[in-house]
Design a protein around this ligand. Structure first.
Ligand SMILES: *Cc1c(COP(=O)(O)O)cnc(C)c1O
Length: 392
């Protein structure tokens, strides 16, 4: 049995394995170099093998990896303070992934509903959303294919179309059992869908009027990806609960649920927990990630680089009939094609470029936030030539 056969086939893996990385580049077993325009799906925002992060992790690993949440953990306290201040939130719960961060949010929504005297509190979620693969987050996810075979799903979710504020207002008119809204500021897996202006602010107003929690899934959009520290900043909105993961650790597994206002007082000892969550190693990594992002102004840099990249992509892809739209915010960019285009991933790989296709027909670009002019040009010209060859 080969090594590959020992793994449950949960992923359709590309025929390449990387052995090292540096900045925006990865090298495979044969020594070939690839330009990374995916960052391990929005994780390695600082690029690969960042020296300050590597040094911090190595030092922490030889000092203290793990104790337990039954003791105080000063690095966790430090990270909680730093992150809540950055996000305009009050309290943090640390876990190990995006799904777990949303799982905590869902539990907070239910506590909030019960505190309001609702027997079976409902959470409004969106079509085409993605919140994770655990049973609760899978149930919240708006993708029937991912859910298929895992029934019975969790109860307590009401689904409306993404970007449709009226649909949420209509639910408010007819239901008294709603406790929260869970929404991505920009849908990632769903196809890089950007909500219309005023959408998040409108949901914020509805949540305030009806005493619902606004819970933002910023797992993909957070940590400077869209040109702001958090995507909700574009809309001037602060949520009651914010889920983070992916780039928070730049590859060290860590997730966080941040809470403010009444959402910050819902949990008490024994109500939630995690063995690994917020251990010294993960927190040291996340603190270093924040330090580097802050020092290098990666929020502004992602915004500026994203604008250049978007403009160059639109220029190069103009006139290719199969390209329906090029859209994005910061370094979260989608190129919507008029037909399924999964094969572009392997064609790009063959050309030395790592991209992703999501929702069947959307090329998704999530480059490291440290791209320079050379990387922008290389990405644009390689991708444009691959897309131009795509059969009409
Ligand atoms: C990736 C992602 C998740 C799930 O994160 P995991 O770490 O894979 O559990 C949840 N929500 C969004 C928006 C994501 O992009």
């Amino acid at each position: 049995m080969s090594g590959r056969e020992a793994l449950m086939p949960t992923y359709q893996r590309l025929p390449v394995a990387f052995v090292r990385g540096s900045g925006a580049y990865l090298w495979d077993e044969s020594g070939r170099r690839y330009l990374d325009a995916l960052s391990g799906v929005a994780v390695c925002s600082l690029g690969h093998a960042h020296p300050a992060l590597a040094a911090a992790i190595a030092e922490q690993a030889s000092t203290l990896l793990h104790t337990s949440n039954i003791y105080r953990i000063s690095l966790q306290e430090e990270l909680g303070a730093r992150l809540t201040r950055l996000a305009g939130m009050e309290k943090a719960f640390f876990c190990n992934s995006g799904a777990e961060a949303n799982e905590a949010a869902i539990k907070l929504a239910r506590l909030h509903g019960h505190a309001r005297g609702i027997g079976e509190p409902q959470i409004i979620v969106m079509q085409n959303s993605f919140h994770g693969r655990t049973m609760a987050t899978l149930s919240a996810t708006g993708n029937a294919k991912m859910q298929q075979g895992f029934e019975p799903l969790l109860q307590g979710f009401l689904r409306v179309p993404y970007g449709d504020l009226d649909a949420i207002a209509a639910l408010a008119d007819v239901r008294r059992d709603i406790a929260a809204v869970l929404v991505e500021p920009i849908q990632g897996e769903g196809g890089v869908n950007i909500a219309p202006a005023g959408y998040l602010a409108g949901i914020r107003a509805l949540c305030d009027r009806h005493d619902w929690l606004l819970m933002l899934d910023e797992v993909q959009t957070g940590m400077c990806r869209t040109g702001r520290w958090f995507a909700c900043r574009h809309d001037g909105v602060t949520p009651d609960v914010m889920a983070l993961a992916k780039a928070l650790g730049n590859g060290m597994p860590i997730g966080a649920s941040l809470a403010a206002g009444k959402a910050a007082t819902l949990l008490s000892p024994g109500k939630h927990g995690s063995t690994f969550g917020g251990n010294p190693l993960a927190c040291r990594a996340a603190l270093t990630v924040i330090e580097v992002m802050d020092r290098e102004r990666l929020d502004e840099r992602a915004g500026a680089t994203g604008e250049q990249l978007l403009a160059r992509l639109r220029e190069e892809l103009r006139g290719i009939p199969a390209v329906r739209e090029v859209r994005g915010r910061g370094l979260m960019i989608g190129i919507e094609m008029d037909r399924p285009c999964a094969e572009l991933v392997e064609q790009s790989l063959a050309a030395g470029l790592l991209i992703n296709v999501t929702a069947g027909n959307v090329v998704r670009l999530l480059p490291p936030l440290i791209y320079g002019a050379a990387e922008i040009e290389s990405l644009v010209t390689t991708l444009a030539s691959v897309i131009a060859r795509h059969p009409a």
